[in-house]
Design a protein around this ligand. Structure first.
Ligand code: ADP
Ligand code: MG
Length: 725
């Protein structure tokens, strides 16, 4: 099967032609940013909007009318005709419902006018009943509200035939419970700030606010649209359920950071341009490890905005790909045997005084301010590893975390050897007052090349949670996931940890210990308690699994079990203590994620059954017909050995086919059994243990069939067709 030629529409030609020489000319042009606010808002409204962006203060409702009017004027000047609240239901994606600005007149002689009222900007009431709520709506009320989040800028999206104003919003029930992901994220940011400020003030009394920063890296695959359409499994489940390995895969390591194919680079430029106009600072693009796998990354931003930007970027990525005759695949594991896709969440905290709380500077060893935050984060991960693991548990991500691929399902922290040595010394000696200032240059014996500097830490691609010198990188997040839940979880864990740290230090101070000594003492205790979570070796290594088990670290490979991390009293109290999620709301997330797992595996089972019945078995039949003709020909010619060889080959094929039929029977039977189970948790565990486990053995046999039948009889695009654009 051949790759089809790219379908390049006029639109894409235009998109490509106009990539600007100066990005600053287009950056944020479709966003109601500070410049737009200055032009369209009165002074009070402008100042209020700036303040809401930079602090946790509520926006004054009295200003809503004038702000709504300013936003409407701006949006209409930009050509928008409709507006929509843009919210994040528990599906993990986004949702919207468009309304026109146009208001008909009550006087039928008049034409009516365009407007956006204060209440339209503030609040909408979509029908909440069709979104997953995990039981939050089982009570009498089914109403749901979306309410504007003024701290994430409104923006305009265009399609071929018009433009719509998007208003980032939270999604809550009539009782005020969170039906979406944004409100808990905002609450976790508040919790983190509340816990961090008093700790910061031990070191810098000028700190009055802190923010969490997030820089995501989005991995994805590209495939030719025509081939995508011929693979029902990719189209319906996001991954190939069958498919034998291609002779060439990623063994040669020739794709990573390799030359970006021109067609792909054109696509990337168009995608980036759309993103840049939306104020998403995407500046990095490169090939990833697997063939046809790529990555894009923006510069980090305040976390709430950055999370919205990732959701938006995923959409732009997918829409732009279509314009280039491509499909962007965001699934964690589209192809067996090749690297999966992640979404690395680079996470740190910064103060209003300009300090990155996780940057150790040139002397991390004597920087107690830094060590305080560094060690508290490690301690938080150590205490709540199971909750963090649950936050990234999905059917798709199981293929990365559960397989022999980075990062493993074991939550651990990589500090790097330098920081590990520092922690070791700190544990016994306390703060180092006179650090040995080591010149960090890279000693190279290469002529002409200027001196390069050396980072304080090396990198680790196999750890789920490495320290990268000035931030932690949560690498275990799945590529299709929203950053929301993992980041909410991380913020909340660290908030809880910092609050406890503060209490412990204050306790010691009250008993007469000097502040610095108290801080060191508590931190030393934390280092002792969290040593087990630190692992600086190779996460792929089989030995690590045994070692982790000895250390008592969990290694939960399957989503329904990993989700128990949200079902524990420990997790529920954590979120409730920090006013992020009530126990009921945490329970609801657990339920929704279990149900999501069931739905995903059910879809995969149905697709697999369908593929086998309508593609694989007919392929065998068609191959068999041809082969029998050949065998008969040989027999007619008296070539009995050759005829026998064909027969032998067909017997092997028949065995594979028999295996597939047997497994298929078992699969269908188990699906029926699963459907009779009422309890969500029991059901999802059944899906993992009795249904999902059959996928691999079925696939092994199908892949052998694919390798045995002729190309002519095999109607599905193969890995070699799909992977090399
Ligand atoms: P990698 O080498 O890990 O692939 P990239 O350059 O692709 O690195 O991405 C690193 C990401 O980390 C970028 O989004 C970058 O902005 C982000 N980052 C850097 N510093 C911080 C920080 N202090 N807080 C959060 N993210 C950060
Ligand atoms: Mg990275």
């Amino acid at each position: 099967m051949k790759n089809t030629n790219p379908i390049r529409t006029q639109q894409t030609q235009q998109d490509m032609a106009s990539f600007p020489t100066k990005i600053s000319d287009i950056f944020g042009q479709d966003v109601f940013n500070t410049d737009a606010m200055e032009a369209y808002l009165d002074e009070d409204s402008y100042l209020a909007m700036i303040k809401v962006k930079n602090t946790s203060k509520r926006l004054d409702n009295r200003l809503l009318e004038s702000i709504a009017d300013g936003i409407k004027k701006w949006a209409m000047d930009k050509g928008a005709t409709h507006f929509t609240h843009w919210f994040q239901p528990l599906t993990g994606g986004t949702a919207e419902k468009h309304d026109a600005f146009y208001k008909p007149s009550t006087d039928d002689q008049k034409k009516g006018i365009e407007g956006l009222t204060a209440s339209e900007l503030l609040q909408r009431e979509p029908d909440a009943s069709s979104f997953p709520s995990g039981g939050l709506r089982n009570t009498a009320e089914a109403r749901g509200y979306t309410i504007w989040d003024p701290s994430s800028p409104v923006f305009i999206l265009k399609t071929k035939n018009g433009k719509t104003l998007y208003i980032p919003s939270i999604f809550v029930s009539y009782a005020g419970e969170s039906l979406g992901n944004k409100a808990p994220l905002l609450k976790s940011l508040r919790a983190l700030e509340k816990a961090a400020i008093p700790v910061c003030r031990y070191f810098d009394p000028a700190v009055t606010s802190t923010i969490a920063t997030l820089g995501w890296e989005q991995e994805y695959f590209l495939i030719d649209e025509a081939l995508f359409r011929k693979r029902p499994d990719l189209a319906l489940t996001g991954r190939t359920l069958i498919g034998a390995a291609s002779a060439k895969g990623q063994e040669c390591d020739d794709h990573y950071f390799g030359v970006i194919p021109e067609r792909v680079e054109d696509f990337m430029k168009a995608y980036e341009m759309e993103s840049l106009k939306l104020g998403i600072p995407v500046l990095t693009r490169h090939n990833e490890v697997a063939p046809s796998q790529y990555e894009c990354a923006p510069v980090y931003e305040e976390m709430n905005v950055s999370t919205d930007h990732n959701l938006l970027a995923m959409r732009v990525l997918q829409n732009t790909a279509k314009k280039f005759g491509l499909r962007a695949i965001l699934h964690e594991k589209p192809y067996k045997g090749l690297n999966g896709s992640g979404k690395h969440n680079n996470w740190s905290m910064a103060t209003n005084t300009g300090t990155n709380l996780l940057a150790g500077g040139s002397n991390p060893e004597s920087n107690l301010y830094f060590l305080t935050f560094f060690i508290n984060v490690i301690k938080a991960v150590s205490t709540y590893a199971d909750v963090l693991r649950a936050s990234i548990a999905t059917a798709g991500n199981d293929h990365r975390l559960g397989a022999n691929e980075a990062p493993p399902a074991i939550i651990s922290v990589f500090t790097g050897s330098e920081m590990a040595a520092i922690l070791e010394r700190f544990k016994t000696n306390g703060l180092c007052k006179k650090p040995q200032v080591k010149e960090m240059v890279l000693e190279l014996d290469v002529p002409k090349i200027p001196l390069a500097t050396l980072d304080k830490t090396d990198r680790n691609r196999t750890s789920p949670f490495p320290f990268i010198g000035n931030r932690f990188e949560f690498r275990a997040v799945g590529s299709s996931a929203s950053c929301s839940l993992p980041m909410t979880t991380l913020n909340t864990m660290v908030a809880e940890q910092l609050s406890q740290f503060y209490v412990s230090v204050e306790d010691l101070k009250e008993k007469g210990t000097l502040q610095e000594d108290a801080i060191v003492e508590v931190l030393q205790q934390y280092v002792n308690e969290s040593e087990g979570i630190i692992f600086n070796g190779n996460g792929y290594d089989k030995q690590w699994q045994a070692m982790a088990q000895e250390r008592g670290l969990a290694n939960i490979k399957s989503t329904p079990y990993a989700l128990e991390g949200f079902n524990s009293e420990n997790a529920k109290s954590l979120f409730a203590n920090q006013d992020v999620l009530s126990k009921r709301e945490t329970q609801a997330r657990y339920e929704v994620m279990q149900q999501d797992y069931i739905n995903k595996i059910q879809t995969e089972a149905d697709s697999l059954i369908d593929l086998i019945q309508t593609y694989v078995l007919p392929s065998v039949a068609s191959h068999l017909k041809d082969a029998l003709n050949i065998r008969d020909g040989f027999t007619d010619m008296g070539l009995f050995n050759a005829a026998q060889t064909v027969k032998n080959e067909l017997e092997v094929l028949a065995d594979f086919q028999d295996n597939v039929r047997l497994y298929l029977c078992e699969l269908k039977g188990n699906v029926l059994k699963a459907q009779a189970i009422k309890d969500t948790t029991r059901k999802s565990k059944f899906y993992a243990d009795q249904i999902q486990v059959l996928f691999d053995p079925i696939r092994e046999n199908v892949d052998e069939i694919e390798k045995s039948v002729s190309d002519q009889s095999w109607r599905l695009p193969k890995y070699r067709d799909m992977l090399f654009i």
